[in-house]
Design a protein around this ligand. Structure first.
Ligand code: DGL
Length: 253
C-alpha cells in the first residue's frame, strides 16, 4: 500500500468551495490542501459554457503546476459546464460536484423536491424532472452566489434574497431543498430559516467521502508524517478577501 504526501487541489469560482474543503478536512485531517478561487472573475453561474471552460482550464493548469495529487472541483457550475474538458487536461483523479438529488429522493415524504442552483448548472443537466413518484423542481438562483460573496456577514439580507427567489415556488409543497451550489451551503442556516420544516440537503459530505475512497483505493493517502497545511490562492487576493476566506475556513457558520 503506497502513500502520497502531495496536497489536494480545490477549485471554485469563489468562497463556496470552502464549505466542501471544511468537510474534506474533517474526513481527511492528515491531508494538505491548496484552495484556488477565481474570485476576480466570479460569478461563473451566468456565463456561457465556453467562457466557463476557458477560465477554469486556465486556472486549473496553474493549480496542476503546484504538484497536486488529486483535484476537487468544488463548484457545481464548473462541474456541469467543464468537467470533461478538465479531466482531459489532468492526469490525476478529478472529483466533480453534483447536486445531491439521490438523498433528497429518499428523504422526501411529499414527493416534491426543490433544487436551488445557478443558471449554468441547471442549463447543463436534466435535473428538473420526475424521478419515479418524485418531482424535482428547479429554481435558478440568479445572483445569489455573488450576493453571498459580497454580503457574507449580512444574514438578514441573505434571508430576504432567498425568500424573494423562492417565492414563486412557495405553494409546491416540497419538503426537501437541495443546495446545488457550494456558496449556498455556507449559509445553510439561512435556508433553514426560509424553509422551516424542510430538510436542507447538500453534497459536501458525499464529495469528501468520495475523495477519501479515491485516495484510499489508489494508495494515495498521506502518511501523516508531515504537518498538514492549507494554502489559499485567489485571483483577487486583497487583504479583506483573504481574511474573510481564512475566517470561513476556521469557523463553522
Ligand atoms: N460555488 C459555485 C457553484 O457551486 C458558484 C457559482 C458561481 O460562481 O456563480 O455553483
Amino acid at each position: 500500500m503506497g502513500y502520497d504526501n502531495r496536497p489536494i487541489g480545490f477549485f471554485d469560482s469563489g468562497l463556496g468551495g470552502l464549505s466542501t474543503l471544511r468537510e474534506a478536512r474533517k474526513i481527511l485531517p492528515r491531508e494538505s490542501f491548496i484552495y484556488y478561487a477565481d474570485n476576480l472573475n466570479s460569478p461563473y453561474g451566468n456565463m456561457e459554457d465556453e467562457r466557463i471552460i476557458a477560465l477554469s482550464r486556465e486556472r486549473i493548469s496553474y493549480l496542476l503546476q503546484k504538484g497536486i495529487k488529486a483535484l476537487v472541483i468544488a463548484c457545481n457550475t464548473v462541474t456541469a459546464a467543464a468537467i470533461n474538458q478538465i479531466r482531459e487536461m489532468a492526469n490525476i483523479p478529478v472529483i466533480g460536484m453534483e447536486p445531491a438529488i439521490a438523498p433528497a429522493l429518499k428523504a422526501t415524504k411529499t414527493n416534491k423536491v426543490l433544487l436551488l442552483a445557478t443558471k449554468a448548472t441547471l442549463r447543463n443537466k436534466g435535473y428538473c424532472s420526475r424521478y419515479g413518484d418524485v418531482e424535482v423542481a428547479c429554481c435558478v438562483c440568479l445572483g445569489l452566489a455573488p450576493f453571498i460573496e459580497r454580503n457574507y456577514d449580512d444574514d438578514e439580507r441573505i434571508v430576504e434574497y432567498i425568500r424573494l427567489l423562492a417565492q414563486p415556488y412557495s405553494n409546491l409543497n416540497f419538503d426537501c431543498i437541495v443546495l446545488g451550489c457550494t456558496h449556498y451551503v455556507l449559509k445553510k442556516k439561512m435556508f433553514e430559516e426560509c424553509f422551516p420544516g424542510a430538510a436542507i440537503i447538500d453534497g459536501n459530505e458525499g464529495t469528501a467521502l468520495h475523495l477519501l475512497n479515491v485516495l484510499a483505493s489508489g494508495g494515495m493517502l498521506s502518511d501523516g508524517k508531515k504537518r498538514p497545511f492549507i494554502k489559499l490562492i485567489m485571483t483577487d487576493g486583497s487583504r479583506e478577501k483573504y481574511d474573510l476566506y481564512r475566517r470561513i475556513l476556521k469557523n463553522a457558520p
